[in-house]
Design a protein around this ligand. Structure first.
Ligand code: 5AD
Ligand code: SF4
Length: 497
């Protein structure tokens, strides 16, 4: 039973689930097994609906990156099929936090918000709370939750998210207790489970899971496991289904997309995958994230240069401009090789926007190292950069390195880097003033009802007077005025295909 659920076939899938015999044997095939549990959970939700006299509400809160956002769409797809009403408020019948643990402040936010949920639960004792995502893969977190957060009903990790229907069923059958299921790792990729998209016209698609790079500051390889790629046929089929359902822009997701396909039975390069994606008719824009500089091939640069669909935006995390620190970070490139790579991209694709991630305060980092980072920022001329304060993650090699930098020094260095980054990207973004560009209209402007917000191929946002019927369409907009990091514009022609 291979089902990709979209708006058109949701009723059909629903009818299929209705027909599943929940008193029969549990199917052996993993996908069928999860549909079987969806049928079982649906009975529980129906009973709850009767008791409440309305559909129960469920709120899914996402912390962290695009991967988590995509995982949340999978959770929402299943929750809708089993009968929940998806709501925005956390004062509801079921709340799920899809957590992140890349930096410690994300963890602290989860604990803070759990305190708030405890109050809601006191007012509504049959309320259910679930936690999932990267933070749950840390044994110390589970210990703390078991000890001090007994009111949480369901806890699962990143490797067994495909078992969500089965876990939901355990939660219902566990009568208010705490259900915990965390896997250390997995090599399983389960296809064809339902997904609900946040935007009808654009979508993220996982092309691979996990990471093998073990940068010394990073917890991701420990919580997301080893690198595994999805088969190209499965990826292409998913994108075709999305395009048939109205999607015009896709974002291929992986921790290191440049090493895509290496561990497949029939190895494929990322550039080869992109070539196949490019041929999908009706698809207008292709984005991808994240590229590790050490694996970005000439084959890929040449393909991007000639592609009509690959967006003019490349995220190329630098982390540090100091070769000494890069070595300690296990990034496997030097300041010079990174600069060479960036120069090659700028030369072959002049209109390509380059964005980056920078960490300030890695153990042993000195003022001289910061000057090296600032030098790279100046030389590469980033269009956008995310600057992070180093966060010490227990279990990573960097956590036990000598020379942890004091907070006040980190703060000073951070401000210096941030200032340079902002100065450089302000200039870069401004260069398009007066030009007419294609933007994909994404939503109504949150602040001004008369404005629509769209995204240029290079990822810059543009606000312009327009109506809601433009959402999801590609339109030509003249960039009238640059306001810092975004543009105010005006539409110059009717929609563009
Ligand atoms: N501290 C600070 N930033 C980190 N990142 C990853 N791990 C850490 C950490 N321990 C940043 C990196 C990465 C981005 C997603 O998060 O810059 O590219
Ligand atoms: Fe973390 Fe490095 Fe893997 Fe990125 S490439 S997820 S920074 S270990």
């Amino acid at each position: 039973m291979a089902i990709y659920v979209n708006k058109e076939n949701a009723d059909e899938v629903s009818a299929l689930i209705e027909k599943i015999d929940i008193y029969g044997p549990v199917p052996a095939n993993e996908t069928e097994r999860q549909y079987y549990y969806m049928a079982k959970v649906r009975r529980h939700v129906e009973a709850l609906t009767k008791e409440l006299g309305r559909k129960p509400g469920c709120c899914v809160v996402t912390f962290g990156c695009q991967m988590n956002a995509r995982d949340s769409e999978k959770l929402v797809g299943i929750l809708q099929l089993v009968g929940y009403d998806i709501v925005e408020t956390e004062q509801t019948d079921f709340v799920i936090y899809n957590t992140c643990t890349v930096r410690d402040n994300a963890n602290q936010r989860v604990y803070g918000r759990l305190g708030e949920l405890k109050r809601y639960k006191r007012q509504n004792p049959q309320m259910k709370i679930a936690l999932c995502g990267c933070m749950m893969q840390e044994p110390a977190v589970i210990e703390k939750l078991q000890k001090s957060y007994r009111f949480v009903n369901l806890i699962f990790g990143t490797h067994n998210i495909f078992k969500f229907p089965e876990l939901l069923n355990s939660m219902f059958e566990n009568n208010g207790g705490m259900t915990i299921d965390i896997w250390k790792d997995t090599d399983q990729i389960v296809e064809d489970l339902p997904v609900e998209r946040k935007y009808p016209f654009k979508s993220g698609i996982n092309i691979m899971f996990g990471c093998n790079n073990f940068c010394t500051y990073c917890i991701v390889p420990y919580v997301r496991g080893r690198e595994r790629s999805r088969r190209p046929e499965d990826i292409i089929a998913e994108i075709e289904a999305l395009v048939a359902d109205g999607v015009v822009e896709i974002m291929l997701l992986g921790q290191n997309v440049n090493s895509y396909g290496k561990n497949l039975e029939h190895p494929v390069t990322f550039a080869q995958l992109l070539e196949r994606v490019e041929q999908i008719e009706g698809l207008k824009r292709i984005r991808f994230m994240t590229s590790h500089p050490k694996d970005l091939s000439d084959e890929l640069i040449d393909l991007m240069a000639k592609s009509k669909k690959i967006c003019r935006h490349l995220h190329l995390p630098l982390q540090s401009g100091s070769t000494r620190i890069l070595k300690a970070m296990n990034r496997v490139y030097t300041k010079e090789s990174y600069l060479e790579l960036a120069a090659k991209i700028r030369e072959k694709i002049p209109d390509m926007a380059i964005s980056t991630d920078i960490i300030v305060g890695f153990p042993g980092e000195t003022f001289e190292d910061i000057l090296e980072t600032i030098d790279v920022v100046e030389k590469v001329q980033y269009d956008n950069a995310f600057t992070f304060i180093y966060s010490r993650r227990t279990g990573t090699p960097a956590a036990s390195m000598a020379g942890q930098v004091p907070d006040d020094v980190v703060k000073k260095h951070f401000d210096l880097v941030l200032q340079k980054v902002q100065e450089v990207s302000r200039e870069r973004i401004r260069q398009y003033e007066g030009q007419t560009v294609e933007v994909l209209v994404e939503e109504k402007n949150g602040q001004d009802e008369r404005l629509m917000t769209g995204r240029m191929s290079n990822n810059t946002l543009v606000h312009f007077p327009g109506t809601e019927d433009l959402i999801g369409k590609l339109v030509m907009v003249r960039l009238v005025r640059c306001l810092g990091f975004y543009y105010m514009g005006e539409q110059v022609a009717k929609e563009n295909g």
